[in-house]
Ligand binder design. Structure first.
Ligand code: ADP
Length: 387
């Protein structure tokens, strides 16, 4: 083989290798494109079919994408909406919302939005930041809670009327039964006295229920004092209040307090009540020989009270719902434990009235941890983590 033929063969082999590489690259590229197209198709199917409204905005809060549920929510067509400022696309929303979103340094945030046109609606917006510099902006998913809020208000109104109407005759029953017990008990035989005791006991239980209902309806307009208090004293005091229950249930209480005072501005009575509800649950939904660990700490402008139990736990999907009024976890067979499902709703209201947050984490059959974050004298508990 002369030099020329050898060079030609070499060049041919090289060209073949290049061609093979190219074919492989092309194949890979095609697969990538197909995967991308599939992902895009899936995403678009999800966006088209989800019941939640979705709107994507750019850095200047102008609409770049919407889904059909969003169009239905604001009763406008997609092409009318693209390019509009968010505040025009959603008439009546707080004009400062874009600034609020920009200012909160969180990749995911939650806002409550009131839409005025075309209908009054209450929406919960989950806002996620798009990080890519070329596509900076936000994705906003809107969950319509108008109906839930209406039902909650009706429930609240009904409970308020019913509990107040029940209180007067019940006070009468207890008063007269007590009078009977005081004045004619010695004229009754054993059976009569036993029956009278039952009446008094049942009326007392009923009074407990009515009082809890009234406490729930009144928690929003509690006489709210705001004075400096040391949370260490409050936590200790609340723990004392549940010690007898813990002993009855053979549950151990463990407390860790900081050495430094934990000062905040607030209403002692309502915060104490909130903590007692949490402690009461931690003992009630515990296992025999179980434990409840209470700690008080401070971090970044908040006081954090943690109540961890070794109890039966709460299913993940119900964790946010347990703070709703009258919500009880079905599996817990709560009739066995008594209670109306109002304790956590009352606790949340009291904590939120102080600018604080309350949330829970749990593992079934292992235990639950409840967190109460309250602002320090100069801090704000509603900033920071988004729970
Ligand atoms: P209840 O009066 O029923 O205790 P709450 O509002 O205090 O009402 O609690 C709501 C529900 O949340 C309870 O019925 C129970 O199912 C669940 N729960 C609350 N705290 C705990 C806990 N520490 N462990 C397990 N489940 C809990």
């Amino acid at each position: 083989m002369d030099d020329l033929t050898q060079a030609l063969t070499l060049a041919q082999e090289q060209a073949l290798r290049y061609a093979q590489d190219l074919a492989r690259l092309y194949q890979q590229e095609r697969e990538k494109r197909e995967q991308l197209a599939l992902a895009h198709q899936k995403l678009s199917a999800i966006l088209q079919s989800i019941a939640s409204g979705l709107v994507v905005v750019d850095q200047a809060f102008r609409v770049t994408e919407v889904n059909p549920a969003f169009c239905a929510l604001v009763e406008r067509e997609e092409d009318e909406l693209i390019g509009l400022p968010l505040t025009e696309a959603m008439p009546g929303i707080d004009p400062t919302l874009p600034d609020q979103i920009r200012q909160r340094d969180q990749s995911i945030q939650t806002h409550e939005i009131q839409l005025v046109h075309p209908q009054e609606r209450t929406l919960i917006a989950r806002v996620s930041r798009l990080e890519k510099p070329s596509h900076a902006g936000w994705v906003i998913v809107l969950h319509d809670v108008t109906q839930e809020r209406r039902t909650a208000n009706l429930k609240h109104e009904f409970v308020s009327i019913a509990s107040h109407e029940l209180r007067t005759p019940l006070t009468g029953i207890i008063g007269y039964a007590q009078l009977l017990a005081d004045q004619i008990a010695d004229r009754l035989d054993d059976d009569g006295r036993m029956l009278l005791d039952h009446v008094l006991e049942a009326a007392d239980r009923l009074k407990g229920i009515v009082d809890e209902l009234i406490a729930f309806t009144e928690v929003a307009d509690l006489p709210f004092t705001s004075e400096p208090l040391d949370l260490r004293d409050l936590v200790q005091d609340a723990l004392m209040a549940v010690t007898a229950l813990a002993q009855r249930r053979s549950v151990t209480l463990d407390l860790t307090l900081p050495d430094e005072p934990a000062i905040m501005q607030g209403d002692w009575a309502s915060l104490r009540k909130a903590l007692i509800h949490i402690l009461d649950n931690a003992i009630t939904y515990n296992k025999p020989q179980g434990e409840v660990r209470v700690t008080l700490g401070q971090e970044e402008g908040i006081h954090l009270i943690t109540v961890a139990d070794t109890g039966i736990g709460i299913p993940q999907v119900e964790l946010s719902r347990i703070f709703e009024p009258f919500y009880q976890v079905e599996e817990h067979n709560t009739r066995r434990y008594g209670g109306l499902g109002l304790g956590l709703a009352i606790a949340r209201r009291a904590v939120e009235l102080h600018g604080g947050r309350i949330w829970a984490e749990s593992r079934l059959n292992e235990g639950s941890t409840f967190y109460i974050a309250l602002p320090t004298l100069n801090g704000s508990a509603t900033n920071g983590n988004d729970h």
